[in-house]
Design a protein around this ligand. Structure first.
Ligand code: ADP
Ligand code: MG
Length: 401
């Protein structure tokens, strides 16, 4: 292989012997947006789009990594794991090794202690170097968390090859630590939890305070439903600034109302919040408080009345994100409104916002009509053509070979 062609497989790049292959899925958040960092509730599911890492064991202490997305090999020594020397996409991979390395010093941090895992004995001083080749069919930057898919496939491979006995909730916290401090993205723990804890046909109902995770059967196929993803192709241009700004509003609101996080508020507190807060902060708080309730309502409705009954909760979630949290964009609003008008039972933007994807819960017989309507509406509005595809709830991270 030359430096300018993207590699197609492990052996195009590396000459060590393959010892195994691990994969982890992207995720769709069914409901519960911007609630994770407020200690609240989320209900994502792992999707049938995965990132796979093929691994060879080296005899030295180097980690070397290559991706089918891009030519070239990145490397770092296990003796020199330092976020300051990491950049670009390989920081997601090297960041996991770094996070495992520093985990013993972070064992008391809220994420690790809530996860109940014990990483205090982890010692990478004798771990072997590895060659890693990454392939993926999770769309990047579409709000389906290709980043968590990458982190979690690699985390599972490292844990197994370096004989680290760790539960999956703790591994999710390792992924979050890597993304926060090695990549530098201040994200919550939802994506890694979905990618590691997902099950076929099920959602992961996660309490982001206790990190208790419950599997909730979705039953979409049995109810004759599909989840359509509309990838608007709009890049999260203001995503980082907007995200940081929303987090700050939430912290400000919680402090003003005398709670440690917005999780501690419910609908009864909103009248008081409206009196005490400026209008913008109040609307940010109202989104989080009502969104937490919608997650609880969605879980209960799925269990009692089934998947066909949750559409209005998705719709209400979108309105709240559009008007109160103000993280939608015209393309997402159009995708949602068009899906709703052409046969979807419910629709909302999903992910952090400012671009990315919308989801629509659609009866199978209406799928083609919804897709056509959305594509036509985008063309009419002069927006770039969206990609529309179905996702199914799939198994979390696993060893494939
Ligand atoms: P999202 O998680 O919504 O897809 P992010 O910006 O959080 O978007 O993560 C996308 C980044 O993750 C990419 O820009 C790249 O750095 C990295 N990444 C994800 N998948 C791969 C892959 N298969 N190969 C290389 N890098 C990847
Ligand atoms: Mg991501």
């Amino acid at each position: 292989m030359t430096d300018t062609t993207t590699p197609r497989g492990f052996s195009d790049v590396f000459d060590t012997e393959v010892v195994g292959r691990w994969s982890a899925p992207g995720r769709v958040n069914l409901i519960g947006e911007h609630t994770d960092y407020n200690d609240g509730f989320v209900l994502p599911f792992a999707i049938d789009r995965r990132t796979t890492v093929t691994v060879g064991v080296r005899t030295d202490r180097l980690l070397r990594v290559s991706s089918s997305f891009e030519a070239g090999v990145h490397e770092i020594s296990l003796d020199a794991l330092d976020p300051a020397s990491m950049s670009g996409w390989s920081s997601y991979v090297f960041g996991i090794a770094w996070a495992l390395h520093v985990a013993p010093t972070r064992a008391e941090s809220p994420a690790f202690s809530a996860a109940g895992g014990d990483l205090s004995g982890v010692d990478l001083s004798t771990a072997t170097g590895l060659d890693l080749f990454v392939e993926s069919d999770v769309p990047v930057g579409a709000g389906l968390s290709s980043s968590a898919a990458l982190e979690c496939s690699v985390a599972l491979a490292f844990a197994e090859l370096w004989s680290i006995d760790v539960n999956r909730s703790t591994l999710a916290a390792v992924g979050q630590l890597a993304e926060n401090e090695a990549v530098g993205a201040p994200t919550g723990i939802m994506d890694q939890s979905a990618s590691l804890l997902g099950r076929a046909d099920s959602g992961v109902f996660l309490d982001c305070r206790s990190l208790d995770a419950d599997v909730v059967e979705l039953g979409f196929a049995a109810a004759g439903l599909e989840v359509l993803v509309v990838d608007t192709k709009v890049e999260h241009a203001h995503a980082t600034g907007g995200y940081v700004d929303r987090r700050a509003s939430c912290e400000r609101g919680a402090a003003a109302l005398g709670v440690s996080s917005l999780r501690d508020l419910d609908a009864d507190d909103l009248a008081r919040a409206e009196q005490m807060l400026d209008d913008e902060t109040f609307r940010r708080v109202r989104h989080v408080v009502t969104e937490n309730q919608r997650v609880l309502d969605t879980v209960r409705t799925l269990r009692t009345d089934g998947a066909r009954a949750i559409g209005h909760l998705l719709d209400a979630s979108h309105v709240s994100m559009r008007d109160d949290f103000e993280i939608s964009v015209p393309e997402l609003d159009l995708a949602v409104a068009t899906a709703q008008a052409s046969g979807a039972l419910g629709a909302r933007m999903t992910g952090g916002g400012f671009g990315g994807s919308a989801i629509a819960l659609v009866p199978t017989e209406a799928r083609a009509a919804v897709e056509q309507a959305v594509v036509a509406a985008f063309a009419e509005a002069g927006f770039a053509a969206p990609t529309v595809f179905t996702v199914n709830a799939d198994e979390g991270a696993r060893r494939d070979a």
